[in-house]
Design a protein around this ligand. Structure first.
Ligand code: DON
Length: 623
């Protein structure tokens, strides 16, 4: 069964892409090892857009903490990075207070424990398992991707407002002021941003075509792009965020949906709530790895990858990105993704064997199956017996998607926020809610449209991730925070979902990590982490270093275009099926992901920003 599926998957596989439009200028190749980080003594904000970063720094200067700045950046990106920044999508925010005093208005309540906010979209009540199938049971092309049917109930406004109310120091009105200003007064487009706005995804929907494409008179580099309708919506949210779910804004969204064959009703909006979940905690070479629990699949996959790799001395095996290192790391990726495909779904509706998956002795058993010289083919990969319960269904990886964004923030007290949020594909469903001026997500596509059937990308999704009212689709987004020394003695090896976090003494902050990139997200986070921790790269070099990825199925070792050709050839010679991104998907420009990272210099305490140069409008800044 597996080998047949693998064949289909390989033949149909498309590369993950960051930029979905042919007009986007190609990324400038960089000598990643020569790169140097942005430095700041007290606080740092790193995001894919310079105006959003500036918004975060402005709020820090006004006395805001990392959460205030994160909420400011989140709303600002909804204005200046409409491909992925959003109020019509959803995401995850990981908050790590620097001390047991906690952070913000809920400090006393939380005793300094880390917090994970799940503001992922939810399937509307009218959604059903077969909603994207035709009468013959075939998937209706694009139905879950484009247009009003593709959207889940958005969580971003609830998530950011919740973060501000509980963990911020300022007020929502204050932290939203920069976003409102950027929407009202506009921001200047670069060539890359102007090209992005020409997305065909936007052209087919009147309000999107009018707002983002000036009805066909496309914006050009250097022009100021203003969004008065969005400014008005943001102003209403700043005054009363509950209006988006229960009040006037909710009524307008529901009316728009009803008039456009959308599924989201006033009742769906009223039902939406942010879920505080216990972050997963793992360890790697003595460092604490704080990461994302389900409905993200990313955190547990990352922990498994790192557990397997903990048994190797990677720098001794070979230099950074050498074939020997790539081999062991790839084999760890392959094994973690096999488990991901077989076991994960929405934690509120499935029992997930997370604690078992995270056990070091399980990783020890996996490690014994790795041949030091050659790849294990995914078709022949056999999970070590006796560690995990039998998977009841054969599940397969999520496909890659095209736009999401991550940002990282550390404030002057050392509090850290790692946030990844998304509309899913670039510009989401393409649909702008008229007259509110914001794009709706196409996150419904992260559900399984049809169990055990390859989708357009040749990948198969699980029945456990089936569409059902109120369910949240499985995600790969993996905001992650690394600290030193570990505090696992108080947490146990992994916190069980739903368990009460134990008040504890936070260790010293080391890294704030995260990236977009669909199913490549956790291998990107792993690539960045290994680059710094094992190979000693600085954080800017880590962000820019060429990436490699394996996800079990398809059984293909993928490389970004910038990866050294001899290294790729060496992997081929070992028996891997290899692909360099640009060779099979020119739209991807040969890259994927977008790491927006922060490191703390362990000796001086200085903050170091790593801003991914795959895009040209981001910024790391601090003070
Ligand atoms: O939640 C997820 O895993 C996807 N919807 C994320 C999509 C994504 O990262 C696309 N970015 N390039």
């Amino acid at each position: 069964m597996r080998s047949a599926l693998a064949l289909v998957a390989v033949s149909l596989f498309l590369a993950p892409s960051v930029a979905s439009f042919a007009q986007v200028p190609a990324p400038t190749p960089v000598d990643y090892l020569a790169e140097t980080p942005t430095r700041a003594p007290h606080a740092m904000v790193v995001s894919i857009h310079h105006d959003a970063t500036d918004a975060g720094v402005e709020i820090l200067h006004q006395g805001g903490n990392a959460v205030d700045a994160a909420v400011a950046v989140g709303f600002a990106l909804a204005v200046v990075y409409p491909a992925a920044g959003n109020i019509g999508g959803g995401g995850f925010m990981l908050i790590r207070p620097s001390s047991a005093r906690g952070i913000g208005k809920d400090a006393a309540l939380k005793h300094g424990s880390p917090v994970f906010l799940d503001y992922r979209e939810e399937a509307p009540a009218a959604a059903s398992a077969n909603m994207y199938l035709d009468a013959q049971g075939n998937i209706i092309p694009q139905a879950s991707i484009t247009g009003p049917h593709a959207s889940g109930v958005p969580g971003t406004v609830a998530g950011l407002a919740y973060a501000e109310a509980h963990f911020g120091r300022l007020t929502l009105a204050k932290v939203m002021a920069p976003a409102i200003r950027l929407a009202r007064d506009g921001y200047v487009l670069s060539a890359e941003e102007a090209a992005n706005l020409q997305s065909p995804n936007l052209t087919q929907f009147p309000a999107s075509h009018r707002i983002f494409q000036r009805d066909g008179n496309f914006y050009k580099a250097g022009e100021t792009f203003k969004q008065p309708e969005l400014a008005n919506t943001l102003t209403q949210i700043a005054a009363d965020p509950t209006s988006f779910y229960h009040g006037k804004l909710a009524a307008q969204i529901a009316a728009f949906e009803a008039a456009n064959q959308g599924l989201i009703t006033a009742k769906d909006l009223a039902h939406y709530e942010v879920k505080e979940r216990t972050p997963l905690v793992g360890s790697y070479h003595g460092l604490e790895v704080l990461t994302s629990p389900p409905p993200s699949s990313g955190g547990i996959a990352l922990i498994e990858i790192l557990n397997i790799l903990s048994g190797y001395n990677l720098p001794k095996i070979g230099p950074d990105r050498s074939p020997d290192q790539v081999h062991y790391i790839t084999e760890a990726f392959r094994r973690a993704y096999m488990d991901r495909t077989d076991y994960l779904g929405d934690p509120d509706f499935n029992t997930l064997p997370l604690a078992e998956m995270a056990q070091p002795y399980y990783a020890d058993a996996w490690r014994k199956t790795i041949d030091p010289l050659k790849p294990t083919s995914s078709a022949d990969l056999v999970r070590p017996a006796g560690y995990l319960p039998d998977p009841t269904t054969i599940l397969h990886p999520q496909k890659e998607d095209n736009e999401t964004t991550h940002f990282s923030i550390v404030d002057a007290d050392g509090n850290a926020v790692s946030n990844t949020y998304t509309l899913n594909f670039g510009f989401g469903s393409g649909v702008t809610v008229d007259p509110l001026g914001f794009l709706l997500n196409d996150e419904m596509d992260d559900f399984t449209s049809k169990p055990n059937t390859p989708n357009a990308f040749g990948l198969i999704q699980s029945a456990a991730n089936a569409i059902a009212p109120g369910h949240r689709p499985l995600s790969c987004m993996s905001p992650t925070i690394i600290s030193d020394p570990p505090i696992t003695d108080l947490y146990g090896p992994i916190a069980k979902p739903g368990s009460t976090p134990t008040p504890t003494r936070p260790g010293k902050l080391r890294l704030v990590l995260g990236s977009p990139g669909g199913s490549t997200i956790m291998t990107t986070v792993a690539n960045d982490l290994i680059s710094v921790v094992d190979n000693g790269l600085n954080i800017q070099s880590a962000a820019d270093a060429p990436r490699f990825h394996h996800q079990y199925l398809p059984d293909v070792l993928q490389f970004e275009k910038a990866f050294s050709i001899p290294a790729v050839e060496a992997m081929k010679a070992r028996g891997y099926t290899t692909r360099r991104a640009a060779e099979f998907d020119e739209k991807s420009q040969g890259v994927w992901g977008d790491s927006e990272l922060i490191a703390v210099d362990p000796t001086t305490g200085e903050l170091l920003g790593g801003q991914d140069h795959r895009h040209h409008f981001g910024k790391a800044a601090g003070y």
